[in-house]
Design a protein around this ligand. Structure first.
Ligand code: ADP
Ligand code: ZN
Ligand code: ZN
Length: 742
């Protein structure tokens, strides 16, 4: 073999099947040192040597193929970037920032290619009136016909539903739709073209912007017009009219021939939000969600590429919709942890969206009532333009809040989970015929089961976590899903006195039902929402007034607007403060502030009652006062002093292995290697909080540094170290600025 010759792995078509099989090409001498990973190159392809465009994903000294048969790269591709090149650039950015391989990054960025059938655009149109549909929905609920009920509820809220939403968002089968059409509730309208929104339709729902909204919209529009689109953070209290601002900006963008990506946490992707966009933009807006098949997702991408749609709404993966002329990315509820990818590459949608906007000259607008520490500090330091909306758009005030010290309740002789004040207000609210939301930051019976005689807790056989009791006889591990029956005797000492600590949503429901016989109650947590469409069903049934009390975990805090809810009770506000995580206070503040914001969103005044054992904690006090700035001050002082993001950056390196000793040893070795490359702050290695999951042990080390480049170099050093190791079944994961302490 010639010396000095280098080879490039080239992806011809950036689609998933081909990615697994890049082609090997020789790098000609004149391009040696010029071509690098990420270069776009022209190459001869196939028997006829047709010239194609490809991307270099790796450079090697060797090739697995016969060197004499390996073809040579023709040259570099010049010229402007298309959507596909931009994807490639984004993948390179993600790989550089968050680690992993280029092909993992490309897989995150590029939708799987799947055969797209020619689409026939169908729209389900409402035929019956609202009352008739409500009666049918109630009947379907009685007969336990969940899918039918979901679809009917969607029809109650909207008179026209694109069929793509039915299979996507609502996940309703064709048979259900046919049945519904037969019953005369709705009919299908078919066309071969996407309906363009007409002017009259666009005007129909227009509210005139208030002062605060108008200032924001015109400031951002001015920047866009002057070609100075940047990053914006809208800090607006719940109900201040942020969504109206997004819609107005999106409208302007679409009218100027550009496209919009609207990011929303998957859980907040409610029919209400979709309906607002849909009534404005008609079939020019589409939705992506995680339950869609690869084919459906690819279809949405094709529609975007072909300019059949102008707006895509979806969770973080919607970022990679290949719009030819992207003008705006909106990120609602930007503080949500679901914006961070849980699998490698563990990218954060905020950083990726920012980069994408830079590349496309688009504006990046984030909004939240409780901005993340990251975004708000970027705004404070002038990297993002900050807008503040302090008033509710409807003109009604923020809810009153009351903090109840549970320690005093206990010493006053009240041992129930409801304080005297909450109980009294529940009585009154029910008597007035208004609605109540009860929020508990736990799911199931929180309860681990322990022996009252020897104190032993029943643990999962595969994980280092207690099993949780569900119902009366089932034990479930929430980490690996192991399910066993509850033993009748203690496995350790044989005592028959096994008991669960009860403080979960199920138990709240039991108590409420006993306290208020005859009052309709709904419960929403992971257990009641595991079935398809159940999340929307519970929310819309509560919105339709079919129950007076909704009990739930953090899920009930998001998204929906319930004008008739005038009382919010937060049963154990500090449960989330006890979590060993540097974001515990931030998350508690967010949850409490958002939960409080749920009360009194209509024309009736609201009250939120926060029950807590730590009434003096700043997260609790600031949330009750709806004082974000005060919280930010305290929290950023803490992050600064303790050296946590956003004051610095933190690279988390997690090692997994079936053999505890070997895994621990590997972590130690890695730590030494990193230290040998220069002084740097390392925490650990230490066993992870939950040391064993699914029979794998987990060790963690944290490297802290304010310089991202330094952390990325350290990641490179670690990757090289592992490359030369016999890892066996051990593996490693990198996480930059993790959302949870591990
Ligand atoms: P956010 O997204 O900040 O929670 P929304 O945009 O959903 O707020 O607005 C809250 C409520 O106020 C909605 O019912 C919306 O229709 C209404 N609203 C928003 N802007 C205005 C306005 N300028 N005039 C009257 N009502 C408004
Ligand atoms: Zn025992
Ligand atoms: Zn387990």
């Amino acid at each position: 073999m010639e010396t000095g010759v280098k080879y490039a792995d080239v992806c011809i078509d950036v689609s998933i099947e081909k990615l697994d099989k890049p082609f090997s090409y020789r790098i000609p001498e004149r391009l040696s040192g010029i071509i690098c990973v990420g270069s776009r190159v022209r190459i001869p392809f196939g028997a006829g040597n047709t010239e194609k465009k490809g991307y270099v994903i790796a450079i090697k000294d060797d090739t697995d193929y016969d060197p004499d048969k390996v073809k040579e790269i023709l040259g570099l591709v010049e010229g402007s970037m298309g959507a596909e090149d931009r994807s490639f650039e984004m993948a390179a950015f993600i790989k550089d920032t968050y680690g992993g391989t280029l092909s993992q990054a490309l897989k995150a960025v590029i939708p799987a290619k799947a055969k797209a059938k020619p689409v026939e655009i169908k729209t389900l149109v409402r035929k019956m009136d609202r009352d008739e549909l409500l009666a049918l929905a109630a009947e379907a609920a009685r007969k336990n016909q969940r899918a039918k009920e979901n679809l009917l509820r969607a029809l109650i809220e909207n008179d026209r539903i694109p069929s793509s939403w039915i299979s996507g968002k609502l996940r309703v089968s064709g048979a259900t739709v046919t049945g519904l059409i037969k019953s005369g509730a709705a009919y299908y309208e078919t066309s071969s073209e996407y309906r363009k929104p007409t002017v009259s339709e666009m005007e129909k729902k227009n509210v005139s912007l208030n002062g605060e909204q108008a200032v924001i919209v015109s400031a951002i529009e001015k920047d866009i017009e002057e070609g100075k689109a940047g990053n914006y953070l809208i800090h607006g209290v719940t109900g201040s009219g942020k969504t109206e601002v997004y819609i107005r900006l999106a409208e302007k963008c679409v009218l100027s021939g550009k496209q919009v990506i609207f990011l929303i946490p998957e859980i907040a992707l409610t029919y209400q939000t979709l309906a607002r966009f849909y009534s404005k933009f008609g079939d020019r807006v589409s939705v992506l969600n995680s339950s869609m098949s690869a084919g459906e997702k690819y279809d949405q991408c094709e529609r975007a590429r072909n300019r059949d749609i102008d707006i895509i709404i979806g969770p973080r993966s919607a970022l990679f919709t290949p719009f030819p002329n992207l003008g705006l990315i909106i990120m609602d509820e930007e503080h949500e942890s679901s914006y961070k990818s849980e699998s490698t590459p563990k990218y954060h949608a905020r950083e990726v969206a920012k980069k994408l906007c830079e590349l496309s000259g688009a504006a990046f607008v984030m909004g939240s009532a409780t901005p993340s520490m990251e975004s708000y500090s970027a705004a404070v330091s002038g990297k993002f333009t900050l807008f503040t909306m302090k008033e509710r758009a409807t003109g009604f005030g923020l809810p009153q809040t009351e903090i109840i010290d549970l320690r005093k309740e206990l010493s006053g002789g009240n041992r129930s989970m409801f304080s005297r004040s909450l109980k009294a207000h529940m009585d009154e609210t029910l008597a007035r015929g208004e609605q109540i939301m009860l929020f508990l930051n736990r799911r199931g019976f929180s309860g681990q089961v322990s022996c009252r005689e020897c104190g032993k807790v029943i643990m999962c056989p595969h994980c280092e976590v207690p099993m949780a009791l569900h119902g009366n006889s089932k034990l479930v591990c929430h980490y690996c899903g192991e399910i066993t029956g509850k033993p009748s005797n203690c496995p350790s000492c044989g005592s028959p006195y096994l008991a669960a600590i009860k403080a979960g949503t199920e138990q709240v429901e039991e108590r409420i039902v006993k306290m208020y016989p005859g009052v309709k109650v709904l419960r929403m947590d992971k257990d009641t929402t595991s079935a398809k469409g159940s999340y929307d069903r519970i929310l819309s049934s509560f919105a339709n007034g079919e129950a007076q009390i909704l009990i739930g975990t953090q899920m009930i805090v998001k998204g929906h607007d319930f004008p008739n809810v005038t009382l919010v009770g937060i049963l154990a506000a500090d449960l989330s403060l006890g979590v060993p995580d540097y974001r515990a206070s931030e998350r508690t503040f967010q949850l409490l502030a958002q939960a409080c914001g749920r009360a009194g969103r209509g024309d009736k005044p609201g009250l939120s009652i926060i029950q807590t054992y730590q009434p003096e904690h700043y997260a609790v006090k600031c949330a009750a006062a709806q004082d974000y700035e005060a919280f930010y001050e305290e929290e950023s002082a803490y992050r600064e002093a303790a050296g946590y993001p956003p004051a610095t950056h933190m690279l988390c390196i997690q090692l997994f292995g079936p053999d505890q000793k070997k895994t621990a040893l590997l972590a130690e070795e890695l730590s030494d290697v990193i230290k040998s490359k220069g002084p740097v702050r390392i925490l650990g290695p230490a066993p992870a909080n939950i040391m064993k999951v699914k029979d794998y042990f987990r060790y963690v080390l944290y490297v802290k540094n304010a310089d991202l480049k330094r952390l990325s170099d350290i990641r490179g050093v670690s990757e090289d170290f592992f490359k030369d190791k016999d890892m066996g079944q051990m593996f490693v994961q990198f996480d930059l600025d993790p959302m949870n302490q591990i």
